[in-house]
Design a protein around this ligand. Structure first.
Ligand SMILES: [Zn+2]
Length: 267
């Protein structure tokens, strides 16, 4: 099956995803990179039904959903809207806010808000693992500032390196990378999101920040990943987003571990 193309520019996006049929073909090609297999008869020929949402097996007539098990599961919005939202989210370094998406795609704000949170849910791999084992951290050096709390902490086998102006370093040289990441994060939250991030949803925004940073060199894979294609991630429902974690049916944003490897997607 031909590899689905990834649009590098907006005009290219408009050309490649000109209608619902083209969008459905993209999702299908990304979802079955080895070619379609019917889950009932293992037949390998299918056609997309007129609604562009269902796939019918040419051999046994089994009808499956194009979007089942993705973040677009059960959506009433056009696939082109989802694809454009995901494309904007991966290609803009600053991401998009729900207010921007509302204006750009002509959505109700609640729809844009939910769509972005569903896309963010696919930014964390469901089978992620915590860092573990000794070979990962053996010989690791922890770089800290000179905060007095650190002095009495057990080092558990780590080396500690102190960066501090008290040790003769220039102020700007102390923990440069750490400060850069944190200041970029703060600028993003204050800029794109105008600082309006509820504590309940902060984890989802941190996941987005880490996702975009880790995949900045593989936008095509990030694009398919965001749509949850091949990852069986459906994301929170609107009701779940507005229900507290502790309440029945509440949604807790999954935490990224930072140890995720790049997925082996069909690009
Ligand atoms: Zn079949």
């Amino acid at each position: 099956m031909p590899r689905p193309a990834f649009p590098k520019t907006l005009p290219e996006f408009m050309r490649l995803f000109s209608d619902e049929e083209a969008c459905a073909q993209f999702v299908i090609a990304a979802r079955w990179p080895e070619g379609f297999r019917c889950q009932r008869c293992a037949g390998n020929r299918s056609y997309v039904r007129k609604n562009q949402r269902e796939l019918e097996c040419a051999k046994c007539g089994y009808i499956g959903s194009v979007t089942a098990g993705t973040v677009m599961h059960g959506t009433r919005k056009p696939l082109s809207t989802w694809l454009l939202a995901a494309w904007l989210l991966v290609t803009d370094k600053r991401g998009v806010s729900s207010h921007q998406l509302e204006r750009q795609l002509g959505l109700r704000h609640e729809t844009a808000f939910q769509m972005l949170h569903k896309l963010r849910a696919a930014m964390v791999a469901p089978d992620r693992e915590l860092l573990r084992g000794t070979n990962v951290i053996e010989g690791a050096t922890i770089v800290t500032d000179d905060l007095s709390h650190y002095r009495d902490m057990p080092l558990a086998g780590y080396q500690r390196c102190v960066e501090s102006t008290a040790h003769g370093m220039a102020h700007d040289d102390v923990l440069t990378h750490y400060h850069l990441v944190i200041s970029n994060l703060k600028a993003w939250l204050a800029g794109t999101h105008h600082g309006r991030v509820e504590p309940k949803h902060l984890q989802a925004y941190l996941n987005e920040y880490a996702f975009r940073f880790n995949r900045r060199r593989n936008l095509p894979a990030a694009f398919a990943r965001l749509l949850g294609i091949g990852t069986q991630i459906r994301g929170p429902t609107y009701h779940q987003l507005y229900t507290d974690d502790g309440e029945p049916g509440g949604w807790a944003h999954p935490a990224s571990t930072g140890s995720e490897a790049e997925e082996d997607l069909p690009w």
